[in-house]
Design a protein around this ligand. Structure first.
Ligand code: ARG
Length: 402
């Protein structure tokens, strides 16, 4: 039997050509793997058929939308994961779930090698290959664009020569990666970082200045996961989809940043993640109400480290697992309702209520009912400032040469 290679297949031009390209370059049989993470577009069945028509010996398709939402997006929500304080890890989150299915398919079809359509300049090659090495240490990796000189022009020529059932004429100026957590757009005129994004860049969000009326929403969380919207029970996937629709209509979650890639390049990317950004705003505020101060302060650091690990393709690493355990523990009491106004590009929290709240009205109030003994504050401040006061006394003494 000839060697078998499993290919991460999107249904687009590059990976469609890659099927035949890899087969010709290596003599191996190619198995196409398509994973639905909520990117929209064509059905899995259409994609499956195209893979076979392009010469794949087998095609494995998986609807991973619920798995992706529950096991990848929800941990990111609980971590309040924003790389460089801005980017909600859209692509970085989808790679590990795709890797899981690639490795499963490799086992199922007896493949020795896994392949993907990434270039040699981005983060995604790292995420795929580090993930594959970790879940399948015996598997090899090959990237036709990077390792087998598969350029865009050659791909178009190959598709035309072999009469592949794929449109080669429609030239999309952008490189786009999308899933239910958001959408990433780069290249084309966006590579000049002085150029502002044009309206055609966006798909998940409407113009925030469209002037439509505000939308009030109540999101119910249980242990850091949204479980109901306006009182109606939702799965994680449904929560993201519903908030994509409602926050997207208000133009919430548009992000335009120059980011630091793991490979050392700074790149400009436009993101839109309306559901993710709205849910995160709600989740963060519910944490403000329910998480104890020291735990909350420390969690911010942990969340940031978690985010960098995931961005850097370390989803399956021991440190990421340990941080998951910490973050999971902090979510025990993050339950309750957050009311938000979605309007003109902003998700603004207007109310919170929780059975596990740490907000104590009687401690906080300046009105009657105040149970806080203000006389305790004097001594507290005295002791709290003591070590700085002692040090400052020393500094002054030495400065005066005594
Ligand atoms: N820069 C983002 C990341 O590394 C997105 C990568 C894919 N972007 C794209 N437009 N194809 O996570």
């Amino acid at each position: 039997m000839s060697e078998r290679i499993v290919l991460a297949y999107s249904g687009g031009l590059d990976t469609s050509v890659a099927i035949g390209w890899i087969a010709e370059a290596t003599g191996a049989e190619v198995i196409a793997v398509a994973v639905d993470v909520g990117q929209g577009g064509e059905s899995l069945e259409t994609i499956r058929q195209r893979a076979l028509d392009c010469g794949a010996v087998e095609a494995y398709v998986a609807d991973a939308r619920d798995e992706f939402a529950a096991e990848y997006c929800m941990p990111a929500l609980q971590a309040n994961a924003l790389y460089m304080d801005s980017y909600p890890l859209v692509s970085a989150l989808s790679r590990p779930v795709i890797v899981k299915h690639l490795v499963a398919a490799a086992r199922q079809f007896g493949a020795t090698t896994v392949s993907h359509g990434c270039t040699g300049k981005g983060n995604d090659q790292v995420r795929f290959e580090v993930g594959i090495q970790t879940l399948g240490p015996d598997l090899k990796c090959i990237a036709p664009v990077r390792d087998l000189a598969l350029t865009r022009d050659k791909a178009i020529a190959f598709a035309e020569e072999k009469n592949l059932p794929i449109v080669t004429t429609k030239k999309n100026p952008f490189s786009i990666d999308a899933n239910v957590w958001g959408r990433a757009v780069e290249t084309g005129f966006l590579e000049d970082i002085w150029n502002g994004p044009t309206p055609d860049v966006y798909e998940y969000t409407s113009d925030p200045a469209s002037g439509i009326a505000a939308d009030e929403v109540v999101i119910t969380f249980k242990e850091g996961v949204p479980v109901a919207i306006d009182g109606k029970p939702v799965t994680p996937l449904q929560a993201i989809e519903e908030m994509n629709r409602r926050a997207g209509a208000q133009g919430i979650g548009r992000i335009d940043i120059v980011e630091d890639r793991l490979v050392g390049i700074k790149s400009r990317e436009i993101y839109e993640a309306p559901g993710a950004m709205a849910l995160m705003a709600a989740h963060r505020e519910l944490e403000n109400v329910t998480v104890e101060r020291e735990q909350a302060r420390f969690k911010k650091t942990v969340g940031q480290r978690w985010t960098e690990l995931v961005y850097d393709g370390q989803w399956f690493s021991p440190l990421k697992n340990s941080l998951d355990a910490f973050i999971g523990d902090t979510q025990k009491y993050v339950s309750g309702d957050i009311r938000m106004d979605l309007h003109a590009g902003r998700a603004t929290v207007t109310g919170r209520r929780s059975e596990s709240s740490l907000y104590d009205f009687n401690l906080a109030t300046y009105d009657t009912g105040d149970t806080f003994d203000q006389s305790m504050a004097r001594g507290f401040i005295e002791l709290f400032g003591m070590s700085s006061k002692v040090a400052s006394g020393r500094d002054q003494r030495l400065a005066e040469g005594k």
